[in-house]
Design a binder for this molecule. Sequence first.
Ligand code: ARG
Length: 561
Amino acid sequence: MDFKRHIASRVQAGEMTEQEIYDLIAIPPTTEMGDFALPCFRLAKAFRKAPALIAQEIADAYPADELVTEVSALNGYVNFRIDRAFWAKETLGRILSEREKYGSSEEGKGKTVCIDYSSVNIAKPFHIGHLSTTVLGSSLYKLHKFLGYTPVGINHLGDYGTQFGKLISAYKRWGSKELLEKGGLRALNALYVRFHEEAEKDESLNDEARAFFKKIEDKDEEAVALFEMFKELTLKEVGKIYDLLDVHFDSWAGESFYNDKMAPVVEELREKHLLVESEGAQIVDLEKYGMPPCIILRSDGASLYATRDIAAAIYRKKTYDFYKCLYVVAYQQNLHFKQVFKVLELMGKEWAKDLVHVAYGMVSLEDGAMSTRKGKVVYLEDVINKCVQKSLDIITEKNPALENKEAIAKTVGVGAVIFGALYNNKIKDITFSYDKVLNFEGETSCYVQYTCARANSVLEKGGKGKAFRVGTVCPQEFEVIKQLADFPNVLHDALEKYEPCFVARYAVDLAQKFNKFYFDCSILNAEEEEVRAFRLALTEATLITLKNALGLLGIGVPEKM
Ligand code: ARG
C-alpha cells in the first residue's frame, strides 16, 4: 500500500492537486519526527501565509483516519504517523507474496528504451575504464525491465576505422594465428603497439595500413577475413567478462553497421541546408549554440564518429520507436553528444529531446595506475580475478569449513567489483581500492551478502513461510519495515535519475537496519511464539528485498558465506 498516496488523497490544501501534494510528501530523516512529512514552505506564496500557519491548518483539516494515528504541525511541516502494526502487516504481506517481483511495477509498460552501453572497441583492451559503462548500463537495463519498460541493450561496437588497416599490416608482418590463439587480445594489442613504434621509424608502414583499410572498405576477401578474426577474438574474450558480470545485449550493431546508412543522412542534412563546407570538410555549424562545428564528412569524404551516431540514432528511432535512448558513455564525450543531439534537433527530429547522455566519471586504481595514461593498461579481467582471489582468501580465513568456496568467492569478488563501481553517484571520479570494496564491515556488497547469509541461517533454523501476526512493533523492527516499504520508491527514483547507486545505498541501509534489529532483538529466542513468527517473517522479507536489490545491480547472493 502506498501510504504517501493515501495521505495525499486526504490532505486538503486549497487548490493543490493530489499529485502536487504527493510529490511534496517526504520521509523525515528520523522516525521521531514522524513517518511522512509535508513541507509547507513552497505553499507560502500561493496561500499568502506563513508556512507554520499553513501546516497547522492542514493538520487541523485532516479527516479522521484509522491508518494515520497522529497528525501534527511543527516548524512548517505537517507530520504524519502511520499505524505501525498496519504498516508492518501490509509491507510484509506484500513482500512475502510478491517475492522476487517485489519492487517491480508496470510504470514503463509499452515504452521501449534503447540503452547503448559498454560499446567496446574491436581489438582494443577491455580495461578498467570500461567498467562503469558496462555495469551502469547493465543495471539500468535490469531496472527498466523490472519497472515494466522494454529495454533494448545495444553494444555499439567500435568496429570501424583506420586502426584496423594498421592491425592487418602488423599482423601480416609480425603476427600469426598461433600467436593470437595463445596471447588473445593482449597479443593483438601488442601488435598494434608495435606497429606504432615501427611506423615512427618507417613512414611507409602508414601507407601500407591505409591500403589495407581501403581493402576492408572494398570488401577484399583476405582483409575482411582478418578483420573478422580480430572481431571474433575480441568478442570471445569480452564475452567471458560479460558472462561473469551477468551483462547481456540485444543488439551488437556497431559503427560499421552504419556504413550504408550515412549517405541518406548526409543527403538530408544537405537538403535541409545544414551542411556547410569548411576547409574541404562538410560540417554543421553550431557556433550559435556555443559549440564547435560538428564534422560530418572529412575532406577526403570519410565519415566520422559523429556521423555514425547521427545515423545510428535515426536508425534506432525507426527500428525501435524508442521512448528514450540512453547513451551510457564517459563525460569526456559530453561535447560529442551535445553536438550530435543538436544536429538531430536541427534536422527537425522532434524526438531528439528523448536522447539522453548518461555521463559518468573516471575509474582509476588506488596505486595511481591509470588505465591508458603512462601506456599502462589495467585489464578489467585482471581486476576481477584479483578480487575473486582476495575474496577466496578472506572466506577461507573466516570460514575454512565452508563448502563451494570457489563458487562463493566468485560471487563475492565479482560483486565487489560491480558494487565498487556503482556505489557513488555516477558522475564522480572514483578510485578503486581492493581493500575498500572487500571490507566486510563497510558499505560494500560483501557486507550486504554477508547479511543475507545471516538471514538465511536464521531462516534455516527457524523456518520460512510461517503464518504470522503483528502485535506491537518495536523501533528496531519498525526501522526495517519502513526501509522495506520504501524499496519501490527507491527503484522509481533510481530509474528516473539514472542512478543505480540509489539501489546500492538502499541495500547497505537495509542491511544495516536489519543488523541492528538482529543484534538488539532475539529472533529465534523470542519469548512469545507470535513475536518469533513475526520476526522470522521480517527476516525473510529482508532477505527477499536485499536479493532483489543486488540482483538489479547484477550481483548474486550466496546462501552461505
Ligand atoms: N566505443 C566508444 C568508446 O570506447 C564508445 C561508444 C559509445 N556509444 C556511442 N553510440 N557513441 O569511446
